[in-house]
Design a protein around this ligand. Structure first.
Ligand SMILES: NC(=O)c1ccc[n+]([C@@H]2O[C@H](COP(=O)([O-])OP(=O)(O)OC[C@H]3O[C@@H](n4cnc5c(N)ncnc54)[C@H](OP(=O)(O)O)[C@@H]3O)[C@@H](O)[C@H]2O)c1
Length: 234
């Protein structure tokens, strides 16, 4: 069965690997893209998740081409790392707005069609740092911890309508976001990971794909870590 799948930030990094995994299993995949070219075979809609009007317009486009969104992956995210003393209010709020506010905007809009259909899958992309914290990432960790409470609340609100809501919490993953870290910092972080390596975007995508599959029909409100063991116990 070919579903209408929408992945925010699906033009590159983890989001692109997620989009490709759904495409490979025959789903109709739409992604958001703020600039550049659309990956082949996918519907790319211009959308900044911090802009409600842009989100509404993107959903209209996706619905017109693929039908109501049946699987939503709220993946778009940013970092603006800085120690607390040097972090501006703008650094703090912009990360919350993109990472948590963005998920709120797209989940709210997607839930409309899912409620009507009495079925759907919402998957948010948090992080291994959400609950353990990370120096220099108070804004990012707050946004990612917020996503867990947000998604679990949705799981409670929407479960009776056949909609599952789950979180995937990646550890350090081999994308532009990880590449932005200084090499010494990256090496120190890898030292703390039991599996002693970065994750690959495809490994995160596999977990997302599972949560959207029939095999995960009875899984909701879960946080699935894909982090080489980095956040064990948190
Ligand atoms: N890489 C890691 O180590 C890691 C670890 C844990 C969690 N994560 C999470 O995984 C997700 C994907 O990360 P990544 O590593 O693939 O990062 P990335 O390579 O930096 O890609 C980020 C993606 O998010 C999109 N995006 C950012 N702000 C947006 C906005 N306001 N509106 C629409 N799209 C926006 C970007 O679109 P543009 O191309 O238009 O900028 C891009 O597609 C993020 O939520 C991140 O926090 C990553």
């Amino acid at each position: 069965m070919s579903r209408s799948v929408f992945v925010t930030g699906g033009n590159r990094g983890i989001g692109l690997a997620i989009a490709r995994a759904f495409q490979a299993s025959g789903d109709k995949v739409a992604i958001t893209c703020r600039s550049g070219e659309a990956p082949e075979g996918m519907l790319a809609v211009r959308c900044d998740v911090t802009d409600q009007a842009a989100v509404d317009k993107a959903f209209e486009e996706v619905e017109a081409q693929h039908g109501p969104v049946e699987v939503l992956v709220a993946n778009a995210g940013i970092t603006r790392d800085q120690l607390l003393m040097r972090m501006s209010e703008e650094d703090f709020l912009s990360v919350l707005d993109a990472n948590l506010g963005g998920a709120f905007r797209v989940a709210k809009r997607a839930s409309r069609g899912m409620l009507r259909k009495r079925a759907g899958r919402i998957i948010t992309i948090s992080s291994a740092v959400a609950l353990r914290g990370e120096a220099g990432q108070s804004n990012y960790a707050a946004s990612k911890a917020g996503l867990i409470g947000f998604t679990r609340s949705l799981a409670r609100e929407l479960g009776s309508r056949g909609i599952t809501c789950n979180v995937v919490a990646p550890g350090l993953t081999d994308t532009a976001m990880a590449a932005a870290l200084a090499s010494e910092r990256q090496a120190a972080m890898i030292e703390q990971i039991p599996l002693r390596r970065l994750g690959q975007p495809e490994e995160i995508a596999a977990a997302v794909h599972f949560l959207a599959s029939d095999a995960a029909a009875y899984v909701t409100g879960a946080v699935l870590p894909v982090d080489g063991g980095a956040a064990m116990g948190h």
